[in-house]
Design a protein around this ligand. Structure first.
Ligand SMILES: *Cc1c(COP(=O)(O)O)cnc(C)c1O
Length: 401
């Protein structure tokens, strides 16, 4: 077995080589330990491992070397002390809540969150006595709005930045300061950015959550999640996974380690394509507005430049003509995948008002800024000209009307 000191390695190198432990087989690539349990050399060793007196593998609900390798690499890339991997992005958020909250505590959240996250908070945490308050989509940009809404019961502040699909940013450092002044923790769902584009912990956030299903896998194969942060918090979350069981499959963990190896390269390519597509869309006569924080027209472009290494690969845009026009553009595509998923090498296209945000009331949708003419594209890695041509078919027809 060999291990290397990786403390000076770049994220690119860490993603490929950190914590590799070669076995006696001398394999080159990280092995996949597809095993649910482990054996001991003696009864006494079993006793020591079970009691925790001696470190080592016991049972794959909480110890699996393939899962642990993924956790260590992602922690290194996020700049966190420890990572706990989970069976999905949603179970990462659930485990975080179970580990760190108790009845009577409150979450203060941006209202511009992934729909199931809102559902988890509202439908499940609330019934166990955890209070949820939301900051409106227009106010999340303003750290004073967070400060005003915080109460002595607030334990967690929770946000996605840039948001989906309107690319609204929160100032991570300023909102982290608000949290810390009131004894609360800031949690950032970093799924849209990955550590390649944004490192919330370095900006003052306390905890990062991920849906590894998106860019970390990057090729649409597997569901998984992770939580990264300081050891004191991660130990509580690890104990939830250990006892309650939302653990990551070693096979999926292995796929995700393969995903991490190319993450930097893929994110760079995704972002370059998205930036070029956003510019092209902004110049198209059928397009009323583009939501992409890499455009100088984005109201928080300066903050985006400070907070992000590149601007992400999800582009929202509104066409003139409402739902009919938006649907006609979507239905005119031949190559793009009509699906709500994102973070894939395949470009996907969706109509948020009737899919991802379809459960909102009209009033909530208007408040969130989700117009009927809005289309969301998760820009993949096909040739940019092919993506443009597929969108141009519908857009040119609209412009000609
Ligand atoms: C997809 C997603 C999740 C949930 O992740 P799953 O892996 O689908 O459970 C959470 N947050 C964001 C921002 C997402 O896009």
């Amino acid at each position: 077995m060999s291990t290397y000191d990786h403390s000076e390695w770049s994220a690119e190198t860490a993603a490929i080589r950190a914590f590799h432990q070669r076995t006696h087989e001398q394999e080159h690539v990280d092995p996949l330990y597809m095993t649910s349990s482990f054996v001991y050399g003696s009864a006494a060793e079993a006793m020591r491992k079970f009691s925790g007196e001696e470190e080592g593998n016991v049972y794959a609900r909480f110890h699996n070397p393939t899962v642990q390798l993924f956790e260590k690499r992602l922690a290194a890339m996020e700049g966190g002390e420890q990572c706990v991997a989970t069976s999905s992005g949603m179970s990462a958020i659930l485990s975080l809540a179970l580990g760190l909250l108790k009845s009577g505590d409150e979450i203060l959240a941006s209202s511009a969150l992934f729909g199931s996250t809102v559902g988890l908070f509202r439908n499940y945490l609330e019934k166990f006595g955890v209070g949820i308050r939301f900051i409106s989509a227009t106010e999340v940009v303003n750290p004073e709005a967070w400060e005003k809404a915080i109460t002595p019961q607030t334990r967690l502040l929770f946000a996605e930045t840039p948001s989906n699909p309107l690319a609204t940013l929160i100032d991570i450092r300023a909102v982290a300061d608000v949290a810390h002044r009131h004894g609360a923790l800031l949690v950032i769902d970093n799924c849209f950015c990955t550590p390649v584009l944004q490192q919330p912990l370095a900006l003052g956030a306390d905890i990062v959550v991920h849906s590894a299903t998106k860019y970390i896998d990057g090729q649409g194969r597997a569901i998984g999640g992770a939580v990264v942060g300081r050891r004191e918090h991660m130990q509580d979350i690890f104990n939830v996974v250990r006892t309650c069981g939302p653990c990551l499959s070693p096979f999926n963990a292995w796929l995700f380690t393969k995903g991490l190896e190319t993450l930097s390269l893929r994110m760079k390519a995704h972002c370059e394509q998205a930036a070029a597509l956003a510019e092209w869309l902004e110049a198209h006569p059928a397009v009323a507005k583009v939501y992409y924080c890499g455009l100088p027209s984005h109201p928080q472009h300066e903050l985006a430049k400070r907070q992000l290494r590149a601007f992400g690969a999800v582009v929202g845009f509104e066409v003139h003509g409402g739902r009919d026009a938006a649907w006609s553009v979507i239905d005119s595509t031949q190559m793009l995948s009509i699906t709500g998923n994102l973070g894939d090498v395949r470009t996907t296209i969706t109509h948020p008002a009737t899919t991802t945000h379809g459960k909102l009331t009209l009033e909530q949708r208007v408040a969130a800024g989700i117009e009927e003419g809005l289309i969301r594209v998760s820009v993949g890695l096909e040739g940019l000209d092919d993506i443009k041509r597929d969108l141009a078919r519908g857009l040119d027809a609209l412009a000609a009307c």
